[in-house]
Design a protein around this ligand. Structure first.
Ligand SMILES: NC(=O)c1ccc[n+]([C@@H]2O[C@H](COP(=O)([O-])OP(=O)(O)OC[C@H]3O[C@@H](n4cnc5c(N)ncnc54)[C@H](OP(=O)(O)O)[C@@H]3O)[C@@H](O)[C@H]2O)c1
Length: 324
């Protein structure tokens, strides 16, 4: 089978496509014929050795995939060859076949195509956990989303609306903001043109947002925190801008607010049942048309470098998918 391999820490252009032996099922495992694998911003980091997960070489990037069950191992009773399934495995999905523990797979509902299903679990999973489990976002509250057209960003816009919030999309271009508004955002702020703190105060009548969802980091973080409402919850999701900001703690005191870390991957290991329930909820919402799971562009497996550059160059709106 064909696999994208990262032979050493490198950039997107140094990844290799190689033929490697097919995987075989162990007890409790399933071999899946991958049809689509989704890329996330962290794939640009994991191949460069700049991410918290450091797999042994050679490894395949891409955390999540969707495909069809090809064979099942001893003891697997819940799945059969041909079943449509999806999973997040952290890394290793940019290849034609994967062997996965059966209990990590979820079934893809009828009516949801495998390309969209492949890109749902990480971004929407992170976001449902962040907004509902970490922030306890309530209907009627105001949610500001930074990087609102990116993978997790547009997921936060859509889930924020589903949970009944007023959503303020913050992004760096008019095109990205129009995209976020097509996905339900009520208000748009271009932080390339306007000071984020002033703009967030302006669009909330001086009150500030109750919840801020920040996958961007860099300068945007402190600016946004300065505008948060009394008793607000600031969600630390990621640092796509590169710099990990340091916050003046007097702001947290003065705002009576909480800064809450979101480490979805670690939570999925600690609460398997909660993670499965959230993932099934997301797939159901998507099959019902309540979430759009927009695919920015689908690339062939051997175009992975181009696909990763789209993320690294800040061009993606929604998900970047590999057709396998
Ligand atoms: N905490 C968790 O459990 C968890 C889970 C998944 C992902 N994440 C993190 O969330 C972040 C976003 O991931 P994603 O897959 O949604 O990424 P993405 O689709 O590439 O979106 C990232 C957004 O960040 C903004 N950005 C600002 N400066 C950037 C730069 N120099 N390069 C790229 N983007 C930049 C861009 O929006 P503008 O152009 O509008 O500013 C972009 O749309 C990453 O840091 C990732 O590691 C965290």
């Amino acid at each position: 089978m064909k696999a994208v391999l990262c032979p050493r820490y490198c950039g997107p252009d140094d990844l290799e496509i190689r033929d490697i032996p097919d995987p075989v099922t162990g007890p409790g495992e399933v071999v899946v014929r991958v049809r689509a694998a989704a890329l996330n911003f962290f794939d640009t980091l994991i191949i460069a050795g700049k991410y918290q997960t450091k797999p042994a070489f050679p490894f395949s990037p891409a955390a999540e995939f969707a495909g069809e069950v090809e064979s099942v191992g001893e003891g697997v009773t819940t799945l059969r060859p041909g079943d449509r399934v999806a999973a997040n495995i952290g890394y290793g999905a940019a290849r034609e076949k994967v062997a996965v523990a059966a209990d990590r797979l979820v079934c893809v509902p009828d009516g949801l195509d495998l390309e969209r299903a492949a890109g749902l679990i990480v971004t929407y999973g992170t976001t449902l956990y962040a907004l509902r489990d970490r922030a306890q976002l309530r209907a009627g509250e105001t949610l500001a989303v930074l990087g609102a057209a990116g993978g997790v960003g547009v997921a936060a816009v859509e889930i924020g609306k589903l949970l009944g919030a007023r959503v303020i999309a913050c992004a760096s271009s008019a095109e990205k903001l129009a995209f976020a508004q097509q996905h339900g955002a009520d208000v748009a702020i271009n932080y390339a043109d306007e000071d984020l703190k002033d703009a967030l105060r302006r669009v909330t009548g001086g009150q500030g947002p109750d919840v801020i969802y920040d996958p961007v980091g860099g300068r945007a973080t402190e600016s946004a925190l300065r505008a948060i409402a009394w008793g607000g919850r600031f969600l630390v999701v990621g640092f796509a801008a590169g710099d990990i900001p340091k916050l003046p703690l007097n702001l947290v005191l003065l705002k009576g607010c909480d800064v809450r870390g979101v480490f979805w991957g670690a939570w999925t290991q600690r609460d398997r049942a909660g993670d499965r329930a959230n993932t099934e909820q997301i797939l159901a919402w998507c099959a019902q048309g309540k979430l759009r799971a927009h695919v920015h562009r689908t690339f062939a497996l051997d175009e992975i470098a181009q696909a990763l550059h789209t993320l690294a160059d800040r061009k993606a709106m929604g998900k970047v998918i590999l057709r396998v």
